[in-house]
Ligand binder design. Structure first.
Ligand code: PLP
Length: 393
């Protein structure tokens, strides 16, 4: 495929992935984005920085995470299922890979503060965690409604020493928290780093976050080489909210023959049901009405509840190198129960979107009997136990 060379590569100075991406921010933020891009380029080509990050991921975050052959599930489905276990990383998901990378970069630039936005609280908790590790101040912006709904995560962040700022403008949710974080960054970009939680936002974020998550795919590629007779799986699948765990996973396999499949939430399928538009500094597929008004996403999993998707996924979809599908809430709940009972693993509801696709596709042309599939299990499901208990009643 001729597109392969141009996908999951360096997007260059304009930060575009085909027709998507870019840097749509107020004039006042352009210097901060440019400076961050320069610093990231310099750090990413500095072997001392790379080694420091790799070492910290190993001794603090528990990397490499294993690839687990899902033996009983495989026998039941007639396909070989391998699970990349990001649920076993510190704080229980892949988010730590990105936050640690950005925080070490912030420290290298002499920043003393991390700013972050969070919806359900997972990215806020990861940022508060790494801030405590490195002795950086952390301020987390959170919609006032989310502060109320996610009281336990607010407490976790505070316990870790972070300041949580409730945002009372607009719909008082993630989109407003994001706008507020940008506003604060404009005022203090010399001393504060804005730590974005997925492959979204203005250039260089989508590219930088994908590079920090690349470790998932690169580890998995090596592990598959050990575990599979063919060396690479036939299909690689991951869930897609903003798209960081999927982008990191795909980056390790884009140069192989593996089919790449991203699974969105049916109620938040930006690629499946959206159209091109601009939100929070980048151009991508968005859920919006005919007037360009952004619509709310709805899903059982808070981590997939975002009306947009990372611009590189929009490009991967258009180029045909990756395929995007969706899973609905019922399938996801069933997949969570199935994974728990066959493998003894409570997967996050987000991650169970990828598992749900495997259950649906196994034995069809999508995933024929005897084929092999690598599933990125982006996080652990303990956080979802109370919610699942209610849903299964
Ligand atoms: C945040 C989160 C996601 C969604 O984020 P991506 O950027 O799409 O990876 C998926 N799974 C888990 C466990 C999460 O915490």
């Amino acid at each position: 495929m001729t597109q392969t060379a141009s996908v999951l590569a360096d997007p260059g100075a304009d930060g575009r992935f085909g027709a998507f991406g870019g840097r749509y921010v107020p004039e006042a933020l352009i210097p901060a984005c440019r400076s961050l891009e320069r610093e990231f380029r310099s750090a990413w080509s500095d072997s001392a920085f790379r080694e420091h990050l790799t070492r910290t991921l190993a001794v603090y975050a528990g990397r490499p995470t294993p690839v687990t052959p899902a033996a009983r599930l495989s026998a039941e489905l007639g396909v070989t299922v391998l699970l990349k276990r990001e649920d076993l990383a510190h704080t229980g998901s892949h988010k730590i890979n990105n936050v640690l990378g950005q925080a070490l970069l912030a420290q290298r630039r002499g920043c003393t503060t991390l700013l972050a936005e969070t919806g359900a609280g997972q990215h806020g908790v990861a940022t508060a965690t790494v801030g405590a590790l490195l002795g950086l101040d952390v301020t987390v912006f959170m919609g006032a409604k989310d502060v109320e709904r996610q009281a336990l995560n607010v407490f976790r962040m505070e316990l870790l020493g972070a300041k949580v700022v409730p945002v009372t403008s607009g719909s008082q949710t993630l989109a407003d928290a994001t706008s507020e974080a940008f506003r604060h960054w404009v005022g203090q970009s010399e001393t504060a780093h804005y730590c974005i939680g997925s492959v979204m936002g203005p250039h260089p974020y989508p590219w930088m976050v994908r590079e920090f998550q690349r470790v998932i795919g690169e580890e998995a590629r090596g592990q598959c080489a050990q575990l599979l007779p063919a060396g690479i799986p036939d299909v690689v699948v991951a869930c897609v909210g903003g798209g960081s765990n999927a982008a990191g996973t795909f980056a390790g396999f884009v140069g192989t023959s593996a089919r790449l499949v991203g699974v969105e939430a049916a109620g938040g399928a930006s690629i499946g049901n959206g159209s091109p538009g601009i939100l929070h500094g980048f151009e991508s597929y968005l859920l919006q009405n005919d007037d360009g008004q952004v619509l709310e996403a709805h899903s059982v999993s808070a981590g997939l509840d975002y009306p947009g998707v990372g611009p590189e996924h929009a490009h991967l979809a258009d180029s045909g190198r990756a395929t995007y599908v969706s899973a609905d809430d019922d399938e996801v709940l069933a997949a969570m129960v199935k994974l728990a009972r066959t493998e003894g693993i409570l997967g996050a509801l987000e991650s169970c979107h990828a598992v749900a696709w495997v259950l649906r596709a196994a034995g069809t042309d999508e995933l024929p009997t005897s084929s092999t599939v690598l599933v990125t299990l982006s996080g652990r499901g303990d956080k979802d136990a109370a919610q699942v208990r209610e849903l299964l009643k």
